[in-house]
Design a protein. Structure first.
Length: 125
């Protein structure tokens, strides 16, 4: 079981490849404002023509633009390959090993919910 892990919510983007819940490869993209230019080539490089069983995507909190770029790429690949998309909280970063293990457990349990796992509460004046 091969998993593609993507998180683009922070100042650095993380891409990982996990096999059976164990991280086997990772790439860090530091280009920031040029994330959309480097994300797909980095994914292509890490996958080396293989198709993952599912994709795990970081849902934040973090950069709005970075979250949108990563989310659109993950949704597009998930749709194109017809594979599940599993969310995780970006507060786990940079521990990609924990993300690999937890996303594998979530996939095996059948929990395919793509809901954001955190709730933001704003104080009232």
């Amino acid at each position: 079981m091969l998993a593609l892990i993507i998180d683009t919510t922070g100042p650095q983007a993380f891409i990982g490849l996990a096999e059976n819940g164990t991280l086997v490869s990772k790439t860090i993209i530091s280009e920031g404002r040029q994330l959309s230019k480097f994300l797909l080539p980095a994914i292509q490089s890490i996958l080396q023509e293989s198709i993952p069983t599912y994709i795990a995507i970081g849902t934040g909190p973090g950069s709005f633009t970075g979250s949108r770029v990563g989310g659109i790429v993950a949704h597009s690949l998930s749709y194109g390959w017809n594979i599940p998309l599993i969310s995780f909280s970006s507060t786990l970063l940079p521990d990609l090993d924990a993300i690999a293990a937890q996303s594998c457990e979530k996939y095996l349990s059948g929990d395919r919910s793509t809901q954001i796992e955190l709730v933001y509460i704003s104080p009232t004046p």
